[in-house]
Design a protein around this ligand. Sequence first.
Ligand code: HEC
Length: 512
Amino acid sequence: MKMKIIALLAVLAAAFAGHHFGKKSAVANSIPVTQVEKSFTGGYNSEQDEDLQAKQETLDGPAGIANQSTVIVRQGQSIQEAVKNAQPGTTIRIMPGTYSETVYIDKDSIHLIGVIKEGKRARMDGLGKLNDAILYSGNNVVVENLYITGYKGNGIMGQAGNNFEIRNNIIADTGVYGIFPQLGKNGIVEHNVISGIEDAAIYIGMSDNIHVAHNDVFDSVAGIEIENSRHAIVENNFVHNNTGGILAFITPGLPIKTTYDVIIRNNWISGNNHPNFGAPGSTVAGIPAGTGVLIMAADQVIVEDNIISDNKTAGILIVDHANAANITADPESEPNPDSVAVLNNTMLNNGYDTIAEVKALMALEFKTGSPDVVHVSEGKDNCILDQSQYVVAGLKDFAVCDFTNTDEVETYLLDEPVAPRKIAASDRGEIAYLGVCTGCHSYNGRLIGPSVQQIQALYFENPEGLAAYIANPVKKREDYPEMPSQSYLGEETLKAVANYVLAVENKSIETH
Ligand code: HEC
C-alpha cells in the first residue's frame, strides 16, 4: 500500500512540474469539454425497445448545435462585447469569475455557456443595481451553467426567441422573474436552481411547446408558472417553500388569451407556505400562502403522480377569475377552468391552516378535515380519478376521469427547431410590445406596471413623449416598482412600440 502511495506522489509531482515548467500557452486556452457520447450498457437490455430509442431522439435539445466557433470570456472582459463580436452559431464560454453587466443577445444560435471549474462558476452579479442579467431576442439561444444574483428585474428573459435551452443555472435573489421566456416556441428549462424571486422563479409567458423539468425552485412567491401558454409539460421538479408551488393560469388583459394542454406530473410540491412578498397589486400577490398547485382559468390541465404535501391552504386549488384576488376580468378571456383532470397524486397534510373562503365552502358542504383539492368556479368537464382518497371541496360536478395516465405523451417539444421568428420592420412595434411590455403591462388591469388603458390616456397623441419615457423612465407612482429603461431596444423600435401601444386594442393575436 505504501509503495502505491509513493508512486502516486511521484506521478503527481511530475504532473505538477510539467504544469509549472511546461509551455504556458499550451495550458492557457484549453477547457476540457466532456464529449464522450457513450451510454451505460449494463443492466436491463433495452436495445429492442423502440419507445426508448424514440425518446432518446427527442431528448436532443430544441436549440440544436452551435459550436462552429468558440470564444472564451474571462473575468475582466465583457460578455456583451463577446456577443457583439460573435457570428450566429458561436459558442461563448465564460470562465469562472464575477461579471457585472447586462447581456443582450439579439442574434440567432448564440450558446452562452459558463465553465464550471472545481465548483466555481461564472457569476453574473447585478450588485443590486442592474435590472436584467440576460435578455435574448435571438432564436436557438442556449444559456447554461451560470450563477446569477443581485439583479432587480430578470435573471434570464426571452423576448420572442424560439427554440431555447436554459439549463443548469443557479439564480438567487434576482428581483421579479428568475427565468422568463416570453413569447417563445419550442423551449426547455431544466436543471436550474432558483430561489428568492419576488414574482415567479420560472415564468413561462405566452409560449408554446415547452418543457420544464428537473428544476429546484424555492423561497419565491410563485415557483413555476405556466401563463397564457399552451402545450407545456412540467415534470420532475422540486418545488418547496414558495408561496404557491406550480401555477397554470390565464392572466387577463394579455394579447394571448388562453392557457391549455398543460401536464403537471411527477413533481415534489411540498411546504409552499412562504409568506407572500409579491409586489402589492401584482397577480401573484393574491396567491394565498400554502397553495401547492393553482389552476386559474386554464383548460386541459392534467395533474398526475405528484407528491403534494404540507401546503397549508390546499394541495390543489382550482379557481376562476371571479374568485381570484388581484384580477381584473377580461371580457376576451374565458374565465373558468375547464377539462381539468386530477389523476392519482400522493397527497398528505395539505390544507391544515386554510383560508376563510375555503373553510366557508367546506362548511357549506358539511365537510371537515384539511382539504387536498378545492374547486371554486363554474367550469365544466373537469374530472378526478379517485375523489375518495382525498379531502375535497367544491368537486360535486367532477366526473371520474376516463384515462389514468399521460404515459403516451413524452414531450411537447417539436422534432425540428421551428423557424426563427422573422420580424419585418413593420412588425417591430408589435413584437416589442408582446415580447417586452406585456411582461409587466396588461391591457386593462394592474400587473407590475399600470394598465395599457392608463398609458393610452396619459400619452394620447404623444408617442414621442412615451418613447422618451420608456428610454429613460423616472419614478412616478409611489406604490409601483421602478420601470427599467428600455433604451437597449434602439431608437427605431422605441418609436415603433410607442406608436403600437397607443393604438393597441384588447384583442387576441395569432402567434406567428
Ligand atoms: C419589468 C417591468 C416593465 C416592463 C418590461 C415595462 N414596463 Fe412600463 N412600467 C413599469 C412600471 C413598474 C411602471 C410604473 C413606474 C412608476 O410609476 O414609477 C411603468 C410605467 C410605464 C408607463 C407610464 C409612464 C408615466 O408617465 O406614467 C409607460 C408609458 C410604460 N410603462 C410603457 C412601457 C412600454 C411601452 C414597455 C415596453 C417597451 C414597458 N413599459 C415595459 C414596468 C415595466
